[in-house]
Design a protein around this ligand. Structure first.
Ligand code: NAD
Ligand code: MLT
Length: 526
């Protein structure tokens, strides 16, 4: 039975799903060294934001297949290290969207009306109404940095409160922004014009310290800033200084460069600053959503099914996978075959999507072909996660082309590769949309259903040659299940594919290549 370690507090609903397929060990708050020690025995790991999954932990995780992050941000996981090791990293991209957006709106309103301080004063038996005169958000300008899922919901709520909307997001279309009557502007414009700024970007090298002293200097002295995205997008020292000098009016932060927040100048402010301990996703609803979402993906991966929100399988979107599933299997088989024909040290792989297939996303198909190409060398070490990286590291140049005009079959796939054994190509199609057929080898037309053990020869089309190969195989007790020959002209060059019931014994290939007329022979094992 598979084993899953749950390293951070996760809602019960998630544990129940995991328990359907695995032994679940809930072991929270482990020091990194302890995790390095025990991780080799686990197939899956589930975390929230507290556990840092470092390169050391990943390298020790010899049988880990999946890391599930019950939340959005995966910045606490060394994703490149996981990818390198073929470990799928999944998250819950939508499970806590509403929770985080509502927290940001609550922060904006609390900051405007000094609710936390006012609340504390009443609890301290004071009744000071003058001290807590606030500001309205109605007709004020909100600048949203990052108009993704959370930013969009914040903007929607803000619009309903009568706010004017500006947004900065270089990856979002003008139409999407205009849906909300939100104007896409550059950052300087947003900094200059906004009365409120709410951050909803991931932490990346471009967004780290996006709000620094220079940015703060461009803002209105009345601006209030909310960060419910990630710590480190704001320079905390710079914001404390700007508040001190009256250059901005307030800041509400849920996330910090270092969590838990240690010594910080921000702690000493009064009503201008609100600090919450990373509570954006902390609603009962969101915790159930993310736990179920991620646990289901871990369960699926342990059962050999694809994950729907993998962050490190480039281009493999669930809808595309579903639609292309039979073609992915075809691509893997063709990649495997062309790899065995071309030999080691492959220089390039050319993947051509033909006919109707040409209208589809090529990425999943290319990844499947690379997985097939590398599997004779890397075996189970190569998977959909690391196939592209492994190919890149081996200097395999990948070329993708499309030709919708090739319509021998409704959709077909042509792979060619050059390696130590020369340049070869294999084409395949799906009969009736599901049955895999090899339809050409080195451009010789053929129709072969691929099997586990095959003998492939390139030879001169001449009388007796097929019989000689047959008797040779017979002398080694190898049973032939089927045979197909393809040629372009009579007595010219030809290809023969024999499906065998048994693997080819050692040494037989040398004997086959000595048969007169045989140019090359290959044992293909799938
Ligand atoms: P998302 O991917 O839907 O949206 C992020 C948006 O940022 C995208 O539209 C993207 O185009 C944009 N973006 C990326 N780089 C940018 C850049 N350099 N400049 C401007 N825009 C850029 O993500 P989301 O679900 O909306 O999450 C947003 C943030 O909130 C993430 O950092 C996530 O980790 C964080 N989050 C925090 C909490 C919390 O508990 N406080 C909860 C959930 C999510
Ligand atoms: C997230 O990225 O989803 C949030 O930071 C919430 C969490 O920490 O779980």
């Amino acid at each position: 039975m598979s084993k899953v370690i749950v390293c951070d507090p996760i809602d019960r609903a998630g544990i129940e799903i995991l328990s359907q397929v695995a032994q679940v060990d809930v072991n929270t708050g482990l020091p990194a060294e302890e995790l390095v020690r025990i991780i080799p025995e686990y197939d899956a790991m589930m975390i929230r934001s507290e556990t840092r999954v470092t390169k050391e932990i990943i390298e020790a995780a010899k049988q880990l297949k999946i890391i599930g992050r019950a939340g959005v941000g995966v910045d606490n996981v060394d994703v490149p290290a996981a990818t390198r090791q073929g470990i799928v990293v999944v998250n819950s991209p939508e499970g806590n969207t509403i929770a985080a957006a509502e927290h940001a709106v609550a922060m904006m309103l609390s900051l405007s009306r000094h609710i936390p301080e006012a609340n504390q004063s009443v609890k301290n038996n004071q009744w000071d109404r003058k001290k807590f005169v606030g500001a309205e958000v109605y007709k004020k300008t909100l600048g949203v940095v990052g108009l993704g899922k959370i930013g969009f919901h914040v903007a929607t709520v803000a619009k309903a409160m009568g706010m004017k909307l500006l947004a900065y997001d270089p990856f979002i279309s003008t139409e999407r922004a205009e849906q909300l009557g939100c104007r896409l502007v550059d950052l300087d414009w947003l900094f200059r014009e906004s009365d409120y700024i709410s951050l909803h970007v991931p932490k990346t090298p471009e967004t780290a310290r996006l709000i620094n002293a220079e940015a703060l200097a461009k803002m209105k002295p009345t601006v209030r800033i909310v960060n419910c995205a990630r710590g480190g997008i704001i320079d905390e020292e710079a914001i404390a200084e700007a508040l001190q000098q009256g250059k901005i009016a307030g800041a509400a932060l849920d996330v910090f460069e270092k969590e838990p927040l240690g010594e910080s100048p921000l702690r000493s402010f009064g009503k201008e600053v609100i600090l919450t301990p990373h509570l954006g996703a902390s609603t009962a609803e969101a915790q159930v959503n993310v736990a179920i979402d991620v646990a289901e993906q871990i369960r699926d991966v342990l059962l050999g099914l694809p994950a729907r929100s993998a962050v490190n399988i480039p281009g493999l979107y669930p809808d595309a996978i579903e639609k292309l599933k039979p073609y992915l299997q075809l691509a893997e088989i063709l990649g495997n075959m062309v790899g065995q024909l071309s030999g080691k040290r492959v220089d390039y792989l050319n993947v051509r999507l033909q006919g109707d297939l040409a209208d589809n996303d090529s990425k999943p198909v290319v990844i499947a072909a690379l997985k097939g190409l590398l599997s004779p060398a890397l075996r189970e070490r190569v998977n959909y996660v690391n196939a592209s990286i492994e190919a890149k590291e081996r200097g395999i140049h990948v070329v993708e082309t499309r030709d919708a005009s090739i319509r021998d079959y409704s959709g077909s796939l042509h792979l060619s590769a050059k390696g130590s054994l020369g340049e070869h190509s294999v084409t395949g199609a799906l009969l009736g949309g599901e049955e895999i057929r090899i339809t050409s080898i080195d451009d010789f037309p053929i129709s072969v259903a691929p099997t586990q053990n095959m003998l492939l020869t390139l030879h001169r089309d001449m009388p007796g040659i097929i019989g000689k190969i047959g008797s040779l195989l017979g002398s080694y007790s190898v049973n032939i299940a089927s045979m197909q020959v393809g040629r372009k002209i009579i007595r010219g060059e030809a290809v023969m594919v024999l499906s065998l019931d048994d693997p080819l014994p050692e040494g037989i290939l040398d004997e086959i290549t000595k048969v007169s007329g045989i140019r090359d022979a290959y044992a293909i094992a799938l």
